[in-house]
Design a binder for this molecule. Structure first.
Ligand code: SF4
Ligand code: SF4
Length: 178
């Protein structure tokens, strides 16, 4: 027989003791490790009920913003969609009608605006590209779901709700016109 090298290791063929043959030392050793970990501080948390503090630079779900009068800031220019490396943003533009000035800030607005959160990598490029300060990534993470459709975020979930101060500004403007 041809030997590749002269190195060899002689294996020990020691007989196992009775205790070893019953595997008791190994079983008790394993149990000791398990019991030791029961009293250690847990490395996991019960997400989503319990959440760890996020980094101050964390980028979460997007929000479409309103101006101080409550009008939608987005003008459907498409720059966010063009700058998105994941092609996660789609929108349909529409022209503002007469009398809709309090709803949309610009003459053009996004009739539909959708972000596919399964595609999004939360890079923040859309926020940087927006010339109207209309879209920002906020601190809320995208909730988990078993349904793919739950990850398509439309304006119903992206647009921030009207606040009391928006309503007050609108009421003041109405009063000035009257
Ligand atoms: S955060 Fe990045 S990947 Fe997500 S929608 Fe914006 S540009 Fe696209
Ligand atoms: S969010 Fe900003 S960049 Fe995107 S379409 Fe609206 S105005 Fe343009």
């Amino acid at each position: 027989m041809y030997n590749l090298s002269n190195r060899k290791k002689v294996m020990e063929q020691r007989q196992m003791t009775l205790l070893e043959r019953m595997y008791l030392p190994a079983i008790f050793g394993g149990m000791a490790i398990t019991i030791k970990h029961l009293f250690k501080k847990k490395a996991t948390v019960q997400y989503p009920e319990v959440q760890r503090p996020f980094s101050p630079v964390f980028r979460g779900l997007h929000e479409l913003k309103r101006d101080e009068k409550g009008a939608e800031r987005c003008t459907a220019c498409g720059l966010c969609a063009v700058s998105c490396p994941a092609e996660a943003i789609t929108m349909v533009a529409a022209e503002r009608e007469k009398g809709e000035e309090n709803l949309y800030r610009e003459e053009k607005y996004a009739a539909t605006y959708e972000i596919n959160m399964l595609r999004c990598i939360f890079c923040g490029f859309c926020e940087e590209a927006c010339p109207k300060e209309a879209i920002f990534l906020e601190t809320k993470p995208a909730p988990a779901s078993f349904e793919r459709k739950d990850f398509i975020y439309g304006k119903d979930r992206l647009l921030v709700p009207l606040t009391e101060s928006h309503q007050q500004v609108r009421a003041q403007l109405q009063a000035q016109k009257a």
